[in-house]
Structures are given as C-alpha cells and as structure tokens.
Design a protein around this ligand. Structure first.
Ligand code: ZN
Length: 96
C-alpha cells in the first residue's frame, strides 16, 4: 500500500469544509461575472483565484487510489502537489 494515501476522514474536516464555504464565493462570483457579461465557467473561477481546478483546491486527487476495507484512500493532487493552489507556469490540464 502506498504510504502517502490519506483516508477521507483525514481530509474531510478541513478541506471539504473549506471547499463548501468557497461555494458561496463561487455563487457570488458567477452572479457578478454574469452581470458583467463575462464567462462564468467554474474552471474560470478557480483560475482567476489562483486555485487548482484539478482537485477543486482540495489538494488531493479526488479519485480514490486504494481502499482500506470500506475506507477510500487518496493521494495528493499531482497537479498542485497538495497545495490546492494553481501554478500559473503550468498549462491547464483540460484545454478543451
Ligand atoms: Zn490540485
């Protein structure tokens, strides 16, 4: 088993709470951008706020890589290395 994996219970208290709080900011941002006639894509929000879109700023790869019994285990986000911040020097991973 990869010893860098993390059970969801370890990340849920901080990371997901933070992400849920951010949803309110996303709604406000979308309304303001919509009113200004700008793009309101979610990835645009993350980019314009310097946040990693791949992991939704949680700092972890959101797909479980391993299971410990019933508990899914995760690894740090390969794009941001677990920081949750966007690296402006690297291109977006989904350039459609
Ligand atoms: Zn990331």
């Amino acid at each position: 088993m990869n010893n860098t994996t993390t059970p969801l219970s370890n990340i849920a208290p901080e990371t997901y709470e933070l992400f849920n709080k951010r949803l309110a900011a996303v709604r406000q941002w979308r309304q303001e951008e919509w009113n200004a006639g700008q793009q309101t894509d979610l990835d645009q929000f993350f980019r314009s706020h310097g946040l990693c879109f791949d992991c939704k700023s949680t700092g972890i790869d959101l797909s479980p890589v391993w299971w410990s019994g019933d508990m899914p285990l995760f690894v740090p986000c390969p794009r941001c290395g677990g920081s949750g911040k966007a690296d402006a020097s690297r291109p977006a991973s989904r350039p459609q």
